[in-house]
Design a protein around this ligand. Sequence first.
Ligand code: PLP
Length: 414
Amino acid sequence: MKADEIFQEYNDHILLTYTRLPAIFVKGKGSVLTDIRGKKYLDFFPGWGVSNLGHCHPKVMGAVREQIGKLIHIPNNLYNPHQAKLAKELVRIAFEGKIFFCNSGAEAIETAIKFARAYGEPAPPKAGGKKFEIITTINSFHGRTMGALTATGQEKHQKGFDPLVPGFKYVPFNDLNALKAAVNDQTAAIILELIQGEGGINVATKEYVKAIRQICDEKKILLVLDEVQTGMARTGEIFGFKHYGITPDVMCLAKALGGGLPIGAMIVKKELADVFKPGMHGSTFAGSPLVCKAALGVIKAIYADKIMKNVKAQGPYLMEKLNGLKSKYDIIKEVRGLGLMIGVELTIDGTAIFKECFSKGLIINCTQGNVLRIMPALNLTRRQINKAVHILDGAIEAILKKDSSPLMGEARRG
Ligand code: PLP
């Protein structure tokens, strides 16, 4: 098919739920994507946080190739060796516990919501009734299915889908007093992203997370960490919670776990393992030999390639370069993040800059209207960082030049 035909087919036959950028991609290697016309792009947002190892990492490809001719799928009433191996590996690198495999981030969150409801039933002796309430934070993002959407503390995503799932409360992020006020005898779980991703790269403070852990311990509330975006070495530790000196009761994973293949997981502490009983939950595609083999390849590559070491080296370097742009342009309000999960908050809408970057061959993301979200492959090089920041610099310059309004003219310092 030619490019124009492909655009036409999308137009005619695919629902318009996404705003797409006008390029068709056919090849990816590491941090570089190639489009149908042969133009190369530096991908600093590979797969929306899926391709943490870059595109087509050889260890992941090797694992998939090895499995694909043998067995792709079998249902979960049968055993497969790769699911067993992956569960063992995940528990080893996360915490002592048990796992439910699924296919996506939203499904992992749905699973955790059901798990919290099952945990809250029966009611503890002193509570007035069943524990069922779930507290999440404003500006969180947990997915698009009804439970995950309800957990997502953003009206803009929920609008038009009423009635939502009952029993959810929302509190401002990093506000301990608000959280304390929301907790009661009916609280079954608190669901938290340690760094709100789609919400604008907002990093939870250590004091906040430690205090939440303490509240959860005292009141027998489940602390559910949504590590769908922060997991798999993104922040410089294998999971975000390792920065905070706490362990969650429940952790949700997806995105980078399968290196591009769809796999999600909910891990629960060992002592909670009997909350789910046979028949209470399930998922047809989940934990197939193929996706588990891919995830095993991902974990192997993260450790063999010393990925966390690279994140710890390149993250601060990228931040430093972006802070260099901050001193050059008044429109950059703040550069924040952890490891290679970085947000550049602007005083203006970021759409034009993000589009300009794209046309100049750099893929980043823009979230919440004014936060450029930069989450490159974790094995990127300093040279690639220099190139990306150079393109971003040129894009900001071009956009500010295009806008002739006096206010925008003043926004450039250097
Ligand atoms: N949780 C977080 C923190 C996410 O960032 C996302 C997706 O962006 C999800 C959950 C939902 O994941 P999925 O799109 O795989 O359903």
